[in-house]
Design a protein around this ligand. Structure first.
Ligand code: PFF
Length: 468
């Protein structure tokens, strides 16, 4: 179980690769551009960056810390805090037995996070299937360029729900096989191979895209803040996206924290993951927006990326190769993130019910497949089904990320800052060799206890007003 050798990250690099692999995914390349486009560009990007460091990073550190001190994933860690599970060392600050109501809350925080993870994995797999489709189309077109029809490819995919379902199942199968193996041979090694390739591809692609004439206009849209373009829902959307992109509120960072070695310094880990994830998002934006502006495309919803990029590849010199690199890169990102999502559910399940890893991974993947049927058919067979004016896939994404995720992330952060033993938290922050680390601890607690609550509540209220 969590303390055994095979489940502790063998190297520090292994942890970073897995955590960053899980943080960096479709959120940065598929979701970030379309949410930025819907919220008017620069001002939203600024709000997003502010929230990454003000709220997202402290929450991320809190989740890693909970996992590391409890040596468990989210649900069993919460069970330890509620006294429902045996603990090796005392984790709770208070010696008073938690009330029935508190125990009930603790149990349901874990359930909410896992529910979000499960549904997100389901529609994440659908979008990963879209990526696979374009990747394969481009590979085939390299041998026969006349077969490359960007609009036709997207239309064919959107109208063909069963193809989407097939691709979704292929993706889920790949993810289940990787997660089903032992962590050492699965997650860590796999991400270790993928990430360097991935970063190199991104650099090459961003440089190519920035050499287009449209780069200036695109960068202005992305970085010049025009606050008049924000709306009442922007704060909630920025907050939700921060949690989504940092993988906070799902419990997955608690799982990763539980695999960390005793010596790891958490604030630095949180800072590095947040910074790298943001840099990669902006990088992805700088790669995608010149392409969007170049084609004069209208900024739109979840199809933005797939509507624009393949279309524009046609006119670029070496566009097909560019496209193969781009979609390979995107697929690796979504694979890393999907591995993180499934790993999180399987780890929780294993620790609570002692289900074997491979069986757990297989069963969860099958469950996700059934959940993915609705989103996969939402642009074809179920296209008449609209919820709140949106298609099923877009509705699920908005409901989970803008509403449920901030609530789950906030509740986990409150458990950490109010219930965990102060000495345990201090030990993780205060390093006698690091001047200022004691102050850092005070700031962190202040943000968790006094700042995050009002920000989350205001964001939810503004969204509510906006939707009425
Ligand atoms: N952070 C990922 C992204 O930006 O695509 C999504 C994600 C992956 C969330 C893994 C949670 C997780 F456990």
């Amino acid at each position: 179980m969590p303390d055994s050798k095979s489940t502790v990250f063998e190297t520090r690099l292994g942890f970073y690769l897995a955590a960053i692999g899980s943080a960096f995914g479709l959120g940065n390349l598929w979701r970030f551009p379309y949410v930025v486009a819907q919220n008017g560009g620069g001002a939203f990007v600024l709000l997003y960056l502010l929230l990454v460091f003000l709220i997202g990073m402290p929450f991320l550190i809190g989740e890693l810390l909970l996992g590391k001190v409890a040596r468990n994933s989210l649900s069993p860690a919460l069970q330890k805090l509620s006294g429902e599970r045996y603990q090796v060392r005392e984790l709770r600050q208070s010696t008073v037995e938690p009330s029935w109501a508190l125990k009930f809350c603790l149990r349901n925080i874990g359930r909410l996070s896992l529910f979000i993870t499960l549904v997100v994995l389901a529609y994440y797999a659908v979008i990963s299937g879209w990526v696979l489709h374009f990747f394969m189309q481009l590979v085939v077109s390299i041998f026969d360029p006349s077969r490359f029809h960007p609009d036709g490819s997207l239309r064919f995919l959107l109208e063909n729900g069963w193809l989407q379902l097939f691709l979704t199942s292929v993706h889920l199968m790949i993810v289940a096989v990787i997660v089903g193996k032992d962590l050492e041979f699965g997650l860590e090694k796999w991400v270790g191979y993928c990430m360097p390739v991935f970063v190199i591809l991104l650099i090459v692609l961003a440089v190519q895209s920035m050499s287009l004439q449209s780069a200036n206009e695109a960068l202005r849209f992305l970085f010049y803040p025009d606050f008049a373009k924000l709306n009442l829902a922007s704060l909630g959307q920025a907050l939700g996206h921060v949690f989504f992109t940092l993988s906070v509120g799902f419990g997955s960072m608690v799982t990763f924290g539980s695999y960390l070695r005793e010596k790891a310094y958490l604030p630095m880990a949180g800072f590095r993951v947040s910074t790298l994830d943001s840099v990669l998002s902006l990088w992805a934006g700088a790669m995608i927006f010149p392409l969007v502006v170049y084609g004069g495309a209208e900024f739109s919803g979840p199809q933005l990326l797939f509507q624009t990029v393949p279309h524009l590849l046609k006119d670029l010199p070496g566009g097909l190769w560019f496209g193969v690199g781009f979609f390979l890169c995107l697929y690796l990102a979504s694979l890393g993130a999907s591995i993180g999502l499934l790993e999180n559910i399987v780890a929780n399940w294993r620790e609570v019910r002692r289900v074997p890893r491979s069986r757990g991974a297989g069963l969860v993947a099958v469950g996700c497949f059934f959940l993915a049927v609705g989103p996969a058919l939402s642009s074809s067979v179920l296209s008449n089904l609209r919820v709140g004016g949106r298609g099923l896939l877009e509705f699920l994404d908005a409901a989970l990320i803008n509403w449920c995720l901030p609530i789950a992330a906030f509740m986990i952060s409150q458990v950490v800052c109010w219930m965990l033993k102060t000495e345990l938290m201090r030990d993780e922050f205060v390093d006698p060799d690091l001047p200022g680390s004691a102050k850092l601890y005070k700031h962190w607690i202040f943000v968790l206890r006094d700042i995050s609550g009002p920000v989350v509540v205001i964001a939810l209220i503004l969204q509510l007003i906006n939707s009425i």
